[in-house]
Design a protein around this ligand. Structure first.
Ligand SMILES: [Zn+2]
Length: 162
């Protein structure tokens, strides 16, 4: 255990490099045109929580025990928020006198959920990346960018690589 934890992050494809720099990688990439991706770091350092960007939208989860406990992170591009939580729910401070979570805990959770909804809406509004189309020369009938022939059987399934 120690200071290691598991982290996953849901972010825009365009921000992939930002998270790669922090040690995240794509676990699988079934749909390369999807504008939103999920990246993981199985051996994240808890210090990473403090290194997460605060100027791009993402939703992250960290778990695996350790001294700091599990948590959820959300950033809408302006605001960054970390909340102690497990996979199913949230950690709350309990008000024993009233038999309820403390107001502070309730407000924090509401704030987190509101931000998360905002980020998810932002993600849904992202356009899908269209596969690039070949540009065939009328003379050679080959793509002027990648060289594939217009009558090549592979043309229909392969987007242009250039
Ligand atoms: Zn091409």
């Amino acid at each position: 255990m120690g200071d290691r934890c598991y982290m996953s992050v849901t972010c825009r494809r365009q921000d992939k490099e930002r998270f790669e720099e922090l040690g995240f990688h794509l676990e699988f990439d079934e749909d390369p045109s999807a504008p939103v991706i999920e990246m993981i770091d199985e051996e994240a350092n808890y210090g990473q929580v403090g290194n997460m960007p605060d100027n791009i939208p993402f939703i992250a989860w960290l778990g695996g025990g350790g001294n700091y406990g599990d948590g959820k992170i959300v950033c809408d591009g302006c605001e960054y928020m970390y909340l102690a939580a497990n996979n199913d729910g949230f950690m709350v401070d309990w008000n024993y006198r009233f038999g309820l979570p403390t107001l502070k805990s309730i407000l924090q959770i509401r704030r987190y959920l509101k931000m998360k909804r905002r980020v998810n809406r932002m993600f849904k509004a992202l356009p899908e990346e269209k596969p690039k189309e070949h540009l065939f020369s009328p003379h050679t009938h080959c793509c002027v960018k990648c060289g594939i022939h217009a009558e090549d059987d592979a043309v229909e399934n392969l987007p242009c690589i250039k």
